[in-house]
Each structure stands twice: as structure tokens, then as C-alpha cells.
Design a protein around this ligand. Structure first.
Ligand SMILES: [Fe+2]
Ligand SMILES: [Fe+2]
Length: 374
């Protein structure tokens, strides 16, 4: 690609970030569509980094929380496994209608399959699948699951991804220069196993009950994608074209296919529900786009201000205290009723939430079921 062409593409990317979700990346308000409302959402954390059998459950405010404890006698049932990864089962109700969505698929098929059994979740009853972004700790169990569902899944079972870059090869470059392979989810393999893949760059209704954020505009000046994250450049014009993944406003030399370029997680998206009489439940996964940006994007695209809960990863574990403080302050301003910080959020952020908003904090744990709504 010529440099002039790259700069033109860079300007397009930059404009999209600056305008905050209008323009190319629209909202429900641009082209009025009905924003689905559900009476109740039952969110099961199938797999998370944390497994704490002493985390508080029961009735907390207007939530009902069921914790998973060890089987008694031990060994009589499947015990849950925990690992660096995330997976959810989302079951929602509107009147007599019930829908089930699987969001993200942990790091290993072994853990995901084990916890499906332990939590008595049958993946064959899923109405839709969502993948948040192309990191292995979120898609790891998906290829095997797609294989296991062949001939058993509901007809036309669809996987929603937030951008074509979900299917690019990911890497992490360590400070000493060594590279960690973060994997590549192969769209063709999933399709060959019978899944339909939809790239949802715009806010998209899923299974008639949930919706995705579409591309998340970067509106805060303190949130950032992980500095060590890299994406393997693909051919010019492809989803992994390097020019698409340089941060807006930066000037870079043209990259050749195979080069590792900074990963800005262009196609990462969040999932949300609008729960009747409660408000938005926003579910981030890694939160590389910024947890505040993610919540703001969902608010902006729906025109709904009230946030009932923020669930999922904030990706602040590796970041300095100053960034944690700014994020927690911005979340305090949004003022959700509940915060369930998981996965890559990190202990220092959980402690900051406990200091600043103790009444909102619900501790995460693998196997937890939270009922939002009536
Ligand atoms: Fe993650
Ligand atoms: Fe990630």
C-alpha cells in the first residue's frame, strides 16, 4: 500500500474514534430499531479466573445470587474448574419466551466442557453465540464446542463477532522481546462445523433479547488497549491489514504481511440487555476497548442512561494505580447499581471499588448465577 493511501485510511479510523460512535458506526437511534427489553436475565459465570466458595450469595439488594459450592460428598458430582479465561451462559425471559446465549468460551475445551456439566448447562439449547474478541482465553473452547454441536445445535446457530479482526492471529510481545502466541480463531473452521458467522460492527440485536455494542468508540483520554498486544498483519485490504490496526493519529511505516503491529482491538464488542424496571446490564469480556468506553457506547447507542449492572473484565490488572483511580471515578459518575468485576480486572481495582462504592460490589466467582429483574 502507498503511504498516501495508508494516511487516508488512518484518517478514516481517527474520525471514527473522535466522533464517538456516530457516522460509520451507528446506533439504534440512527436507524430506529426496537431495543429489546427482557423481564429477567439469569447470568451464569461458566468460567472465570476466580473460584471462591465463600463469596457472599443470596439476596443482595434486588439481585438474587446463587454460588456454587463443592459437591457433598466430595466427588459425588462434577467440581468446577477455574482458569485464566471467561465464559458466560445468559438466559433471558420476556413473558413466556426464553432465550439462551453463550458468550465467550474460556481458554480450554476441558474447563468449558467440565463446567457445562457441573452447572447443568446444555450448550445444544443455545439460541445464539457471541465472541467478544479474538483472544484465546475467550475463544479457546469454541472450535471443539462447534464440533460437538454438529447435528445437535439449533438450525442456523449463529456466532456474532464484533469485527473481522476477531479472526486475526494475536500475539503478546514481552518487555524482553519474547513473543507469546495468543492464537488465531479460524472463521472457516467454525463455518465448516456448521456455525453461521455474522460480523456485527453496528449495534445488533441477538436472539431477539440481547444486543451488542458494535464498534466501541474511544472517548476517554485515559483508557488504552494493552501496550504489549500485537496483531499479525495480513494482506493489504484484508481484515488484518496493518493500516487498520495502527492507533489513530500515529504515523507508522507500512507493515508487511507477517509483521506484528499494535493491536487496538478494533472489533472487540460488548454485550448488553435492557432489563425491565432495572436498566442496562452491560457485559464486557476483556475490556480492551476500555470499560468506561464500553458502557458509554451502549448508553449512547440505545439512548438509555440507566445502568443497572456492569459485569465482566476491566483489564486493569497490569495497569498503574493512577489509571485504576480514573476508571473507578468515571464508573462512580455512571453510577450503576452493581459492579461484578471479573477475569482481568485485578485485585487493586476490586479493592478500589470496595473503597469507593462498597454497596455496589458483587464479588465474582466461577459458577455464580445472578438474577437481574423479577
Ligand atoms: Fe481475557
Ligand atoms: Fe483479551
Amino acid at each position: 500500500m502507498h503511504r498516501r493511501e495508508f494516511l487516508k485510511l488512518g484518517a478514516v479510523a481517527s474520525g471514527t474514534f473522535l466522533v464517538g460512535g456516530t457516522g460509520r458506526f451507528g446506533s439504534f437511534l440512527d436507524a430506529p430499531k426496537e431495543i429489546p427489553t427482557t423481564d429477567r436475565l439469569v447470568c451464569t459465570n461458566l468460567v472465570d479466573n476466580i473460584y471462591d466458595i465463600f463469596a457472599k450469595g443470596g439476596k443482595i439488594g434486588n439481585l438474587t445470587i446463587t454460588r456454587n459450592t463443592l459437591p457433598h460428598p466430595y466427588g459425588s458430582e462434577v467440581s468446577l474448574l477455574s482458569e485464566h479465561g471467561l465464559a458466560f451462559h445468559l438466559e433471558s425471559f420476556r413473558g413466556a419466551e426464553e432465550k439462551q446465549i453463550l458468550l465467550d468460551f474460556a481458554l480450554t475445551p476441558r474447563t468449558l466442557t467440565n463446567n457445562f456439566k457441573g452447572l447443568k448447562v446444555d450448550p445444544a439449547t443455545a439460541d445464539a453465540l457471541i465472541i467478544s474478541h479474538g483472544h484465546e482465553d475467550h475463544y479457546g473452547g469454541l472450535p471443539e464446542l462447534a464440533q460437538a454441536l454438529q447435528g445437535k445445535a439449533k438450525p442456523g446457530l449463529t456466532l456474532y463477532a464484533g469485527g473481522r479482526d476477531t479472526f486475526c492471529h494475536r500475539w503478546v510481545v514481552q518487555p524482553d522481546g519474547s513473543k507469546l502466541d495468543y492464537g488465531e480463531l479460524k472463521q472457516g473452521e467454525l463455518e465448516a462445523r456448521g456455525l453461521k458467522v455474522v460480523i456485527a460492527e453496528e449495534p445488533t440485536v441477538v436472539a431477539g433479547h440481547a444486543f451488542t455494542s458494535g464498534h466501541i468508540a474511544r472517548i476517554t483520554d485515559f483508557e488504552m488497549s494493552p501496550p504489549a498486544a500485537r496483531l499479525e498483519a495480513g494482506a493489504v485490504g484484508s481484515a488484518c491489514d496493518a493500516s487498520f490496526h495502527f492507533p489513530p493519529g500515529t504515523v507508522k511505516m507500512e507493515a508487511k504481511p507477517g509483521d506484528l503491529v499494535k493491536d487496538i482491538f478494533w472489533g472487540e464488542h460488548a454485550t448488553a440487555y435492557n432489563v425491565k424496571d432495572r436498566g442496562l446490564v452491560v457485559i464486557s469480556s476483556c475490556g480492551h476497548a476500555g470499560i468506561i468506553n464500553s458502557v458509554r457506547q451502549i448508553q449512547k447507542s440505545t439512548g438509555i442512561e440507566k445502568v443497572h449492572a456492569v459485569v465482566g473484565g476491566w483489564h486493569l490488572a497490569p495497569y498503574p494505580d493512577e489509571l485504576i483511580a480514573k476508571t473507578v471515578a468515571a464508573m462512580k459518575e455512571i453510577n450503576p447499581d452493581y459492579l461484578i468485576p471479573m477475569h482481568c480486572t485485578g485485585l487493586r481495582t476490586i479493592m478500589a471499588i470496595q473503597r469507593e462504592m462498597p454497596e455496589k460490589l458483587i464479588m465474582p466467582s466461577t459458577g455464580t448465577r445472578v438474577v437481574f429483574g423479577t
